[in-house]
Design a protein around this ligand. Structure first.
Ligand code: NAP
Ligand code: G3H
Length: 477
């Protein structure tokens, strides 16, 4: 059993520093290559026994894990809040949401049924073969979640992998590792074998390449930046990949939209968790004739956001690192220098970025295309729905898009032309509810997650073909 993080030694301990107050809140062990080899060897030895256990034993364990996680939501959330500067209430919601996800996955796994096929449904074939098609686990799943949902995006990989009989090697984000480890401890407490849920800690930049190229990996499920995802895909070779990557989700607002409702959704979509969500509204494409009204309503709502400490539930909290904050500030300044108009915010104090709205952004500015992962919202004014579609699709990303209009026919026509995984009509871009399929096109990802799609992605079809021989039923057997 490799649970090195429990015995972190001073030499190989990676400190976890809180973005809230700069204090060191813990440390995790930095795994060596040899230790990683041992982890995969242990997983490989343990997984056959795990997948041979009756499905209901695995689902019962997952239910108990979910219950214990929910019971300990406040404790896990406290650590999560300090590790990634997520507002206290949102941190707790993340843990409770994760328990819900585990339960739903356990239930859905029981409803995965195979199929049978006779050969004579294909031209020229007699009815002499029967295929029994069922799903089997892939083996060992390497799960790499990002800092912004260290518990939830770990659980959404772990639960479907375990319930279907895989072993998991979890590489948590360095910022978020403590809460992910607490979550795994709860899994062990209910009886999930540590050998099939192993945790490897250390900086992705140091151990990532070794992990993703390890011969013990049978599937990589990764959520993070498009750059890391693309790099990983190049290195991983012939291993199935599930990639959930970056986004630049547009909110398209048409002339007939309910502007109050649209503004509320846009502000919630752009600024929750300080814009550090792949699905955040990252640009507004608004029809010229209503742009002044919409911007005024967005600014009015943005001005009401509370800014400060996650412990007091502020809505805008410090970003995960000062580099992200400095990058967001630079992008805002560049846009304003090029002619955009700063209509709210723009300030920064260390890694705390004021909620910022920049109007009259144009195609020539980085802010129109780059994902800041910060509370910075660009507004681009357009003349027609066709121009909004063109700008939406010009992005390298294709995660989600939102359309605000009272004309459902137009909404459906626009949605059909948007190259994204999901289009929200009259609602903000968001992943949940978590059993909905979640995917991105282009640089936003590969493969589909959710509950059922994740279960399917972590298993493969296996066919048992019974060759039927004609028997004389009149003679005794
Ligand atoms: P990131 O820097 O790509 O890191 C994501 C994870 O990958 C972390 O666990 C990180 O470990 C690890 N990692 C880093 N370098 C690696 C390497 N060379 N090989 C293997 N793993 C490596 O992303 P992030 O900053 O945590 O998250 C922000 C980005 O993720 C944004 O672009 C956002 O849009 C995207 N995101 C997408 C989704 C989605 O579902 N589409 C969800 C959340 C976030 P360390 O922490 O140790 O560096
Ligand atoms: O950051 C990426 C997450 O998958 C987004 O989830 O839409 O529930 O915030 P969310």
């Amino acid at each position: 059993m490799a649970r090195k993080w429990l015995e972190a030694d001073a030499d190989r301990t990676l400190p976890v520093v809180s973005p809230v107050d700069g204090s060191v809140i813990g440390g995790v062990h930095e795994y060596t290559h040899d230790e990683i080899d041992q982890v995969f060897a242990t997983a490989q030895r343990a997984r056959a026994r795990w997948s041979a256990r009756p499905l209901t034993e695995r689902t019962d364990l997952l239910h108990r894990f979910a219950d214990l996680l929910a019971e300990n939501a406040a404790e896990v959330a406290d650590v999560l809040m300090m590790e990634v500067a997520k507002a206290c209430k949102d941190a707790k919601d993340e843990v409770v949401r994760s328990a819900d996800y585990i339960r739903h996955t356990a239930e859905d796994a029981k409803r995965i049924i195979g199929e049978t096929q006779f050969s004579d449904s294909y031209p020229g074939q007699a009815r002499n073969k029967l295929a029994v098609v069922h799903r089997v686990p892939l083996g060992t799943v390497l799960a790499i979640p990002p800092f912004n949902y260290p518990v939830n995006l770990a659980v959404s990989k772990i639960a479907p992998a375990l319930v279907t009989g895989n072993a998991v090697v979890l590489k948590p984000p360095s910022q978020g590792a403590l809460s992910a480890l607490m979550m795994c401890e709860l899994a062990y407490q209910v009886g999930i074998p540590p050998e099939v849920l192993q945790v490897v800690t250390g900086r992705g930049s140091r151990i990532g390449d070794y992990l993703v190229q390890h011969p013990g990996v049978d599937l990589i499920t990764f959520t993070g930046s498009s750059q890391t995802g693309a790099d990983l895909a190049r290195k991983a070779g012939m291993v199935p990949l599930l990639l959930e990557l970056g986004g630049k989700d547009p909110a398209i607002v048409l002339g007939d939209a309910d502007l109050d409702a649209a503004a509320s959704d846009i502000v919630a979509g752009a600024f929750s968790y300080s814009g550090q969500r792949c699905t955040a509204v990252k640009r507004v494409l608004v029809i010229d004739s209503v742009a002044d009204d919409l911007v005024a309503k967005i600014v009015e709502r943005t001005a009401r956001l509370t800014v400060g400490d996650p412990r007091s539930n502020a809505q805008i909290t410090p970003l995960v690192d000062p580099e992200s904050a400095a990058g967001a500030e630079r992008m805002t300044k560049d846009a304003v220098a090029a002619g955009a108009v700063l209509v709210h915010g723009g300030g920064r104090d260390g890694n705390l970025v004021q909620p910022t709205v920049v109007d009259h952004v144009t195609e020539e500015m980085d802010l129109a295309w780059v994902e800041p992962f910060a509370p910075v919202l660009p507004v681009i004014r357009v003349r027609s729905a066709a121009e909004a579609i063109r700008l939406a699709n010009r992005s390298e990303y294709g995660l989600q898009a939102a359309i605000f209009t009272n004309d459902i026919d137009i909404a459906i026509q626009i949605a059909a032309r948007l190259d994204v995984g999901t289009v929200q009509v009259n609602g903000r871009t968001a992943r949940g509810p978590d059993h909905f399929p979640f995917l991105g096109t282009k640089a936003s990802g590969m493969g589909t997650q959710g509950v059922r799609p994740s279960i399917e992605a972590m298993t493969r079809v296996k066919s048992l073909v019974v060759n039927l021989r004609e028997k004389d039923l009149t003679t005794s057997v």
